[in-house]
Ligand binder design. Structure first.
Ligand code: PLP
Length: 233
C-alpha cells in the first residue's frame, strides 16, 4: 500500500519539476494511472493516495475493475476492435484511442442514453510508422469533420505513442508535432474544448510536459513492471 502511495508521490514530484522547468502550472497536467494487468487491490491503494483517473487497455480485465470501483474515472487507452465499441461506450468516461470515423460513429450510436457525452481523443500515428496504431495526420481533418457533429461524443484532443527512444530531443520533436497538430486543428475547425494532449509515459513524461502534455499516462512508475503475459492479450 505504502509503496504505491510513495510511487505516486514520486511521479507527482517529477510532474511538478517538469512543470517548473516548462513554466507551467502543475494543475494543467493530469496524471492518468495506467492499471492494465494490475489487480483491484493496487488500484484501491492508488485511490487511497488521492488518484482518481485510471487507464485500461484490455476490455476483458477492465469490466470487473470498473464494476468494483465505479466512482473512479476510467479511460480506455487500448486498441479498439469494432465488436467491442458497445461495451467501451457504456463502461468508460474517456477513450484516448479513437483513430477512425467508423469507430467514432459506433461509439456515438452506442453511448447509452442518459450518460453524459463520452470524452474522446483522436490517436495519431505521429511517427508515421506503418502498421502502428493511430490515424495518419492527413486523415485528421476528415475525422474531425465527422466527429464534431456527433452528439454523444465530446471531442477533447489528441493522443500519441511516439516511437520509443532514449533521445530527449527526439522525444520532444515527436510531442511538439502532436501539440502543433492540436493547435492547427483547433484553429482550423474553431473547436472549443479541444485542449487535451495525452502524451508521455513513465520514461518520457518530462519531454511530454515540456511540449504541452495535459495527460501523462503512467503505468510502470506507479505499479511496477508488468509481467510478460501481457504480450499475449
Ligand atoms: C501501457 C501503456 C502506458 C503506460 O506505460 P508505462 O511505460 O508503463 O508508463 C501508457 N499508454 C499506453 C497507451 C499504454 O498502453
Amino acid at each position: 500500500m505504502h509503496t504505491i502511495a510513495n510511487k505516486i508521490d514520486q511521479v507527482r514530484t517529477r510532474i511538478a519539476a517538469a512543470c517548473e522547468k516548462a513554466s507551467r502550472d502543475p494543475d494543467t497536467v493530469r496524471l492518468l494511472a495506467v492499471s492494465k494487468t494490475k489487480p483491484v487491490s493496487m488500484i484501491e491503494a492508488a485511490i487511497s493516495a488521492g488518484q482518481n483517473d485510471f487507464g485500461e487497455n484490455y476490455l476483458q480485465e477492465s469490466r470487473a475493475k470498473i464494476r468494483a470501483l465505479p466512482d473512479a474515472t476510467w479511460h480506455y487507452i487500448g486498441a479498439i476492435q469494432s465488436n467491442k465499441t458497445r461495451e467501451i461506450a457504456s463502461l468508460f468516461h474517456w477513450v484516448h484511442t479513437v483513430a477512425s470515423g467508423k469507430v467514432a460513429r459506433r461509439l456515438n450510436h452506442q453511448r447509452p442514453p442518459g450518460m453524459p457525452p463520452l470524452n474522446i481523443l483522436l490517436q495519431v500515428n505521429i511517427s508515421g510508422e506503418s502498421g502502428k496504431a493511430g490515424a495518419d495526420e492527413k486523415d485528421l481533418p476528415e475525422i474531425i469533420t465527422a466527429v464534431r457533429t456527433m452528439e454523444n461524443l465530446n471531442l477533447r484532443g489528441l493522443m500519441a505513442i511516439p516511437r520509443a527512444t532514449p533521445d530527449e530531443g527526439a522525444q520532444r520533436r515527436a510531442f511538439a508535432r502532436l501539440a502543433g497538430l492540436l493547435h492547427s486543428m483547433r484553429t482550423r475547425f474553431d473547436l472549443t474544448g479541444f485542449t487535451e494532449l495525452s502524451m508521455g509515459m513513465s520514461n518520457d513524461l518530462e519531454a511530454a510536459i515540456m511540449e504541452g502534455a495535459t495527460w501523462v499516462r503512467i503505468g510502470t512508475a506507479i505499479f511496477g513492471t508488468r509481467d510478460q503475459k501481457e504480450k499475449h492479450h
